[in-house]
Design a protein around this ligand. Structure first.
Ligand code: SER
Length: 319
């Protein structure tokens, strides 16, 4: 099957880099980007782009028909911190969009579907260290609830209707091209921007808050790897634990200080601290490593190096 791909939520942090990567692999005519608005001109101007409301079933179906799409990446979602401000909106966006694509796959209009889950499926009663694939899951955020319920529906649609849906539980994703929006792990991107701009950062999480994190290149690789795997290799049809590195704001500070010795950090935890405290510190992703040979590449110091180098370059180019 030659993939004819639709990315929903292509202007976001992960969607934008996934769009570029998929276009470089399959050619820009085979990868249609879509989002609710033109808020990432780089994506809008780099190939076919459609304005698409992921909550509107008819529009999604028309777009799929028009471009003869067979593969969909549903990257639109409201993340954990924003979701706590607009709980019902988060529920509606995250669930409506998933049901639309699951139903289109059930009807045969989509052959293969990627839908991201998150470490937010875990909650305060989950074991925090090396969190297993199968464990207690009592998420306390609306975002986490939508992801946990979504996982159940993905597995159900696979078992009942044979839908080829594949999913991973992303940790916090760190990247320099497109900013994240509305997540609890966003501090781990902001810190690099502020390090370059001001040589200091006020962190909204406390210094010892340890969370699972990953560099964007690893996240994109995992996404492509699971989508390229043979269907029989994908033994988990809810969502796979996925892990790379775990660290605290204090660890990040030390890593940044290797490049910028005068960089300082202060701490002013806000409502996001409670969310972070409910999530695992580290993740056991041995199923992903065994089933489809997942392997990460970037350590914290590698990430710091990439972030500072590329953000500095970007700053020079824009000045
Ligand atoms: N990065 C997400 C968030 O912080 C977690 O998946 O909400």
């Amino acid at each position: 099957m030659t993939p004819k791909i639709l990315i929903i939520g292509a202007c976001g942090q992960i969607g934008s880099e996934l769009t570029h990567k998929l276009r470089s692999i399959h050619g820009k005519d085979n990868v249609i980007a879509s989002d609710i608005s033109y808020n990432n001109l780089d994506i809008v101007n780099s190939g076919t782009f459609e304005i698409l409301d992921a909550q509107d079933y008819t529009s999604v179906k028309i777009c799929i028909d028009k471009h003869q799409i067979n593969t969909v990446y549903l990257m639109a979602a409201m993340l954990s911190a924003t979701g706590e401000k607009y709980p019902l909106k988060a529920w509606d966006l995250n669930m409506d969009s998933l049901f639309h694509v699951l139903n289109l796959a059930k009807e045969g209009f989509i052959k293969k579907l990627f839908w991201p889950s998150s470490i937010a499926v875990f909650g305060p009663t989950t074991p925090k260290e090396n969190t297993p694939q199968y464990t207690i899951m009592e998420p306390s955020t609306v975002y986490g609830i939508t992801k946990q319920v979504g996982e159940r529906w993905c597995e159900y649609y696979h078992n009942q209707y044979g839908v080829d849906v594949r999913s991973i539980r992303y940790p916090g994703i760190i990247s320099w091209k497109t900013l994240p929006g509305g997540g609890t792990t966003d501090y781990a991107v902001e810190i690099y921007h502020k390090a370059i701009a001001d040589n200091k950062y006020e962190c909204f999480l406390s210094e010892e808050t340890e969370l699972p994190m990953m560099f964007m290149d690893d996240a994109i690789k995992a996404t492509l790897d699971i989508m390229d795997a043979k269907p029989e290799a994908i033994k988990i049809r809810s969502s796979y634990n996925l892990s790379a590195v775990s660290f605290t704001p204090k660890d990040m500070t030390q890593s940044i200080q290797k490049h910028l010795p005068d960089f300082t950090i202060s701490y002013k935890p806000d409502f996001r601290q409670k969310i972070a405290d409910s999530w695992p510190k580290s993740i056991d992703d041995s199923n992903a490593r065994e089933d489809w040979s997942w392997k990460h590449s970037f350590s914290l110091d590698d990430i710091t190096n990439e972030m500072l180098t590329n953000l500095k370059k970007k700053e020079v180019e824009t000045n």
